[in-house]
Design a protein around this ligand. Sequence first.
Ligand code: ADP
Ligand code: MG
Length: 409
Amino acid sequence: MRILVQKFGGTSVATPERRAQVASKVSEAVHSGYSPVVVVSAIGRSGDPYATDTFLNLAKGIYSDLPKRELDLLMSCGEVISGTVLVSTLNSIGFEAVLFTGAHAGIITNDDFGDARIVRVEPGAILEQLEKGKVVVVTGFQGITEDGQITTLGRGGSDTTASALGVALEAETIDIYTDVDGIMTADPRIVEDARIIDTVTYNEICQLAYQGAKVIHPRAVEIAMQRNIPLRIKSTFSDAPGTLVTNMLPDRGIGTDITNDRIITGIAHTPNVTQLKVLTENTPDLHLTDKRIFKALALADISVDFISVQTEAVEFTVSDEVASKAIKILQNMGFEPGVIPSCAKVSIVGAGIAGVPGVMADMVEALSDAGVTILQSADSHTTIWVLVHKEDMATAVQALHQKFRLGVC
Ligand code: ADP
Ligand code: MG
């Protein structure tokens, strides 16, 4: 049996016309000899009647502290609705389709409600249906704990479902269908001449995804990478070949001169972060102070990013949502942090960065020419990050895209 996982995002199932296009992708797979497992997200995005955010707002509008277990039960409904609708669509054109929830599909998670991790997949029940020639539609974004509680997997969780199933079923490929023709050099909503990336390594795309390229969830990339299952990001609405994510690029084997290769693969952005700066110079033991600060924030479940520790200060970012909570914690510890709200993190990602001098200098030049102030910066061998004011975010992404000539083939 040649198994293909096909995942369709929320916009792909939003209207009857779009669902017909989904059905034709499934049909193509069957006619090419595949046994498809179709993973589906909830219909539409925030504001649409059956979108996950709509359910969430409904409950929160009544009582904001609904227990996480109940919240997960509610949040899992969106995929059940879209899955049912898709099974109807497929059945109406002659396929025998069957709907599986995360629980039916054997997706076992831990009990971290709202952001559960998949610990194991038991694919037996899906395989049984595939053997009978059925098309199995699986609700994305959800699983079940060992003791039978329904969980959800967090934002982008349907991508994770698709990858986990791809690995468990030893699929030939995992196809992630969305509303763009593939992974692009930057978010096409910001950069008009963003270009589709034909092939990219798991590592690079993971970096881009972690830095905010919403097109695929980084956890999904990591899972596919473990078993080397190729991922393709494609459009539901076109026949474009999309982006292939694999281990090794065909033109980047060992011994390839990377200076001839692309240096920057893409640019990602994450808006809505707050920079906090704590002066630590007058505290007796600097390291202990830094440790205390991060421990207190971690205890309050606040994730910090972009940490830069200097001798006299420590700087880091938190999401705007939790900024006031973080500030209060720091004040209770006796600090008066410097606060810059509404910032954005802009990242350039590329496996070639490490081997090429002057990338950071080019980045600084491009941003200063565009009038963008850099509030903070950091680098690793595949990524350079800068923090800018949110109103400069689009300008920064556009300026960097142009500087590194990502729009030019
Ligand atoms: P889906 O509902 O199919 O999961 P998402 O909204 O999660 O769709 O992801 C697709 C969107 O990701 C695109 O519409 C695009 O605006 C955005 N996006 C952000 N960065 C990129 C990028 N580098 N390449 C392609 N799309 C991107
Ligand atoms: Mg998505």
